[in-house]
Design a protein around this ligand. Structure first.
Ligand code: FAD
Ligand code: NAP
Length: 557
């Protein structure tokens, strides 16, 4: 049976008939909006959309809220943006009442925060947990999406939003016999809820990105012996974590709205003064003093935001990269191990900077060994452990800290079919194409949150998530208020935006690294710089201007 919708001011009446035409799937339910994902993005969207009078359901594969912080429970997991910044700003009471215990909160504390928000705003009643979305198909005649779950349920909605996260599809190492190991194997992105006790075990870890760098020191403390398999060394800076200073917190909270506004208008979603000076204009002594200051201050932006050309000029960058290498050589006792840990073949900051607590110090422990798999490549996993070109390793447990099919992987994993049956996977076969990282030509009424082509993972994600959730909600209100039933990016605006995203990226050093920002960590994935490097403040202005000009670049019907 056909479905149809009437959109009315003050709330959508789902005038659709329910149907049993789907046979074993049961009746088809109707909503104004189906949101996929109950991480920070889906949670805030639900709060906003409900508040604006849209009937909304959130579908979530996990059995609770939290997204990233639900799944990534590995030892040492914590945020790398300060918690006073990495938290919602939309509710004044919430931000006043919640007290973060440390500068960089741990995963359990961030998950508790997500759960608290869900309770406080009664979100769970409109979230269906343990519900994985398998497909979504657009019916142009009805201007309606049919969303299908893996369990076979079907839902109709005028609008379909994927708040599915940029780092939510984990990837195993691409190695022969990846499932051959007979002992337990853990991926940092799917860590068991009950935790893992490595006491007395011989453990192998593959991967030295942020997840590896956070977990390796703690696994080393427990394990009888730890072997780390490193493909690419990373630039990492001490977090200088610790309890929050109550006076500093009080001062921020006294002025929180203004503080948040600075974040929204900033480059990376946190209040960092943009440098005006070139590293090349500074004397060696001045640079050394600035780098030392940054290093002891700690945190993800402490080095990369010191000079205005570190992201754009190789020579400038080489100074800060040299400084980090000197620190690694200073901390690590064995000169050979220290050299292996020094990144040399990409500029600092072009892969996500890592923030650590005693990462490099861990290699001074007697029970830790580093294997450089560029020198001694992985051959295969065996029932007992790992075979490299020159050695057989035996383990009791293994950890894959091997990252994610970032930004696009989770979206294309769902069979999203737009106009004329074109799938998002086909459309993005040579790299993602979006307008503003929000919408895609050929896919009306379909939104992505912090999608490719938006500042997203280059920013404090909370700021970017809130901006997208608010933009999308305002857009749906605009459509409703103007009796419009669909919105779609035009081909021209998408072309121009893709060009702009690429042009800005090519002015930086980012494309020089084999990073997940470039899709380089997934074999066969097109090499395209995925996020928008123009900064969250300028990007917000662009999005606002688009609205002020009557949703410029979008076709409204
Ligand atoms: P997610 O939190 O990823 O939530 C997406 C949800 O969608 C998940 O719960 C997933 O189960 C669900 N989902 C996906 N596909 C489907 C489907 N087909 N059907 C049903 N459900 C589906 N960012 C920062 O700014 N600062 C940090 O310090 C920081 N630290 C991080 C640490 C780790 C370990 C990781 C992995 C990421 C970190 N990030 C950080 C990025 C982080 O992902 C974002 O900050 C933010 O949590 C993303 O929220 P989200 O709601 O957009 O996506
Ligand atoms: P990642 O940065 O992609 O790191 C994955 C690691 O696994 C890399 O060292 C990679 O080597 C290695 N690897 C992947 N495939 C391999 C293979 N087939 N063989 C051998 N080695 C392989 O993933 P991540 O550490 O999970 O972090 C992803 C992102 O999540 C971060 O960049 C960050 O944005 C976010 N995050 C943040 C924090 C935080 O501090 N708050 C913590 C964790 C994650 P190559 O480098 O050679 O590819």
């Amino acid at each position: 049976m056909r479905h149809w919708y009437t959109i009315e001011r003050g709330g959508v009446a789902a005038a659709a008939e329910t149907s049993t035409a789907s046979g074993t799937h049961g009746p088809i339910e109707d909503f104004d909006v189906v949101v996929v994902g109950a991480g920070f993005a889906g949670m805030y969207l639900l709060h906003l959309l409900r508040g604006a009078g849209f009937s909304t359901v959130v579908l979530e594969a996990a059995d609770d809220v939290g997204g990233t912080w639900y799944w990534n429970r590995y030892p040492g997991a914590r945020c790398d943006v300060r918690s006073i910044d990495y938290s919602y700003s939309f509710d004044l009471d919430l931000e006043q009442e919640w007290v973060w215990s440390e500068k960089y909160a741990t995963q359990p504390e961030i998950l508790r925060y997500a759960q608290h928000v869900a309770d406080r705003f009664g979100l769970r009643r409109d979230i269906r947990f343990e519900t994985r979305v398998a497909g979504a198909t657009y019916d142009e005649g009805a201007a309606c999406w049919t969303v299908t779950t893996e369990a076979g349920a079907r839902l109709h909605a005028r609008f379909y939003v994927m708040a599915t996260g940029c780092l939510s599809t984990s990837k195993k190492p691409e190695i022969e016999g990846v499932d051959a190991f007979e002992g337990p194997t853990y991926h940092t992105g799917h860590w068991p809820h009950e935790g893992v006790d490595f006491t007395g075990l011989r453990v192998g870890v593959i991967g030295t990105g942020s997840s590896g760098i956070q977990s390796i020191p703690l696994i080393a403390e427990q394990a009888q012996h730890l072997t780390v398999f490193q493909r690419t060394p990373n630039y990492s800076i001490p977090a200088a974590n610790g309890p929050n200073d109550p006076d500093e917190l009080a001062a921020i909270k006294a002025n929180y709205p203004a503080y948040r506004e600075v974040n929204r208008r900033s480059f990376g979603g946190v209040d960092i003064e943009l440098p005006t000076r070139s590293a090349l204009a500074a004397s060696p002594d001045e640079r050394a003093e600035a780098f030392e200051r940054g290093w002891s201050q700690g945190g993800i932006f402490a080095l990369s935001a010191l000079y205005n050309d570190l992201r754009t000029d190789l020579e400038a960058n080489s100074h800060v990269a040299d400084f980090v290498r000197s620190k690694i050589r200073h901390v690590v006792d064995d000169p050979d191990v220290a050299e292996k840990l020094c990144p040399t073949d990409y500029p600092l900051g072009t892969k996500r900077m890592c923030v650590d607590s005693d990462y490099f110090e861990t290699y001074n422990r007697d029970n830790v060994r580093l294997v450089d798999i560029r020198e001694d490549p992985l051959v295969r996993l065996t029932p007992q452990g790992i075979e490299t070109a020159s050695e057989l390793f035996e383990f009791d447990a293994m950890v894959f800290a091997t990252g994610f099919d970032a930004m696009t992987g989770t979206i294309v994993a769902v069979d999203v079919a737009g106009r004329d049956g074109l799938t998002i996977k086909q459309k993005w076969s040579e790299g993602p194409r979006t307008y503003l990282g929000l919408m895609v030509e050929g896919f009306p009424n379909f939104f992505t949150v912090t999608g490719p082509g938006s500042p997203s993972v280059l920013s404090n994600m909370m700021v970017s998530i809130e901006q997208h959730a608010e933009w999308i909600t305002d857009c749906l209100v605009h459509l409703r208020d103007n009796d419009l039933r669909s919105i779609e990016a035009t081909r021209e605006s998408e072309d121009e935006w893709v060009l702009h995203v690429n042009e800005v990226a090519s002015m930086t050093l980012y494309p020089l690294a084999n990073s997940w920002y470039m899709g380089a960590n997934v074999p066969g994935k097109p090499r395209v710089f995925l996020p928008y490097v123009g900064g969250v403040g300028p990007y917000r202005d662009i999005c606002d201007e688009v609205v002020e000009h009557g949703y410029k670049g979008f076709a409204l019907a």
